[in-house]
Design a protein around this ligand. Structure first.
Ligand SMILES: Cc1cc2nc3c(=O)[nH]c(=O)nc-3n(C[C@H](O)[C@H](O)[C@H](O)COP(=O)(O)OP(=O)(O)OC[C@H]3O[C@@H](n4cnc5c(N)ncnc54)[C@H](O)[C@@H]3O)c2cc1C
Ligand code: FES
Length: 356
């Protein structure tokens, strides 16, 4: 048994270390030895395009692996403030030292994505969650599959394709990938290699800025006439996923699984302006009725806990003290005192107080 995993040793170390805990010292020696968090060290960074970077991470022994297509929550400090964001794993499973890769596209004014692309360095340590998500191959590999991806939405399907290639089980796969121009195609070289090595892969890269072509039923039928017979996965901008889900909804096609990088929101009708009061600090700010409580709190200088920022993980849940909120995914207002609300997908509907 490892000395540090013996409960009695830990008890003694705990007494000796108080007011700190042994993990505080252990993490100073090697952050990957932490027993309370899954840490991961950056072992390489590779520029994919002008604004997208692949980061290779070596996780600690607490990492339990992933299924291709899943994502991890990554927490890191940006300008002294801890931020958490989700990133899909774009490499195959089972690599040396359990290393895996994420690829991050910089978004204008994006706090984490800009930091990863401009400042993250080899040797830096980030905290990660267990792998999550149901966007995976599933129990049985389909004989015929269809991938529809756009922009950075290529990351989870790249992980799935790489994993299939690595295990020698690449299905008959039509893959439509949309990018504005060739210079903006993430994984361009790796895609060419996959295509070269797997004749059953029909990779069609569509340059939307040059060709003016976007995803639609007509172009799908032209590019993949038997699309209804294929198990399908799609990841990309909300408008593309909305169109695909609407199309699949009208047919008896094989299932479509989608992954969204941002919450699906509805167009809100009449908005109720008001004030948002943060009970713990006593701060009060004016609100427009459409900005999430999480974003409003961050703009006010607070640092609420959060994870996915799109209503999946419940990592941002806080108590509603007064007033009602609007769920930005449905437009519906709800809430009573002491209700737990997900502040990343709720905006105040009028005057509201939350336990922040
Ligand atoms: C399951 C999941 C998997 C993801 N996988 C990846 C991935 O593999 N690669 C990747 O690059 N990103 C991925 N994302 C998106 C990522 O989590 C962040 O949302 C993104 O990096 C922006 O974070 P930021 O801190 O830079 O922007 P923020 O500072 O949070 O936001 C800045 C501005 O950008 C807007 N914004 C936030 N996210 C997006 C977005 N995705 N697209 C357009 N505008 C946005 C915000 O509304 C805000 O106005 C994934 C998200 C989810 C939920
Ligand atoms: S941050 Fe994940 S549900 Fe709000």
């Amino acid at each position: 048994m490892n000395l540090l995993s013996n409960p009695r040793t830990l008890q003694w170390l705990h007494r000796l270390a108080t007011p700190l805990v042994p993990d505080d010292y252990v993490e100073l020696v090697n952050p990957l030895w932490s027993t309370r968090a899954i840490n991961a060290r950056v072992v390489s960074t590779t520029r994919q395009t002008a604004d997208a970077t692949t980061v290779r991470l070596q996780p600690s022994h607490r990492w339990t692996g992933f299924k291709p297509g899943q994502y991890v929550r990554v927490s890191l400090s940006v300008n002294g403030i801890r931020q958490t964001r989700c990133y899909s794993i774009c490499s195959a499973a089972g690599e040396v030292n359990n290393c895996f890769e994420i690829t991050v596209k910089a978004i204008a004014d994006g706090r984490v994505s800009q930091h990863v692309n401009r400042a993250l360095q080899v040797g830096d340590v980030v905290e990660i969650s267990d792998a999550q998500g149901a966007f995976t191959w599933g129990a049985k590999m389909p004989e015929k599959a269809l991938f529809i991806s756009a922009g950075s939405g290529i990351t989870p399907v790249m992980g799935m394709a790489r994993d299939a290639a690595r295990n020698g089980v690449m299905p008959n796969l039509v893959w439509l990938h949309y990018a504005p121009a060739s210079s903006e195609v993430i994984f361009a070289e790796a895609l060419a290699t996959l295509q070269h090595d797997h004749p059953q892969l029909d990779l069609q890269i569509i340059h939307t800025r040059l060709d003016g072509e976007h995803f639609s039923e007509k172009t799908l039928a032209q590019r993949c006439p038997d699309w209804q017979e294929r198990s399908a996965w799609a990841c990309g901008p909300g408008a593309m996923l909305d169109a695909a889900e609407a199309l699949w909804g009208q047919t008896t096609a094989q299932p479509l699984i989608t992954e969204r990088f941002q919450a699906k929101t509805v167009t809100l009708g009449d908005l109720t302006r008001g004030t948002l009061r943060f009970a713990a600090t006593g701060q009060q700010v004016e609100v427009d009725g459409k900005t999430s409580i999480l974003e409003t709190a961050e703009a006010a200088g607070l640092t609420p806990q959060c994870g996915c920022r799109m209503g999946i993980c419940h990592g941002c849940t806080v108590k509603l003290k007064a007033g009602q909120v609007r769920d930005l995914r449905t437009g519906k207002c709800f809430g009573e005192e002491d209700d737990l609300i997900q502040i990343c997908v709720c905006a105040p509907a009028g005057d509201v107080e939350v336990a922040l």
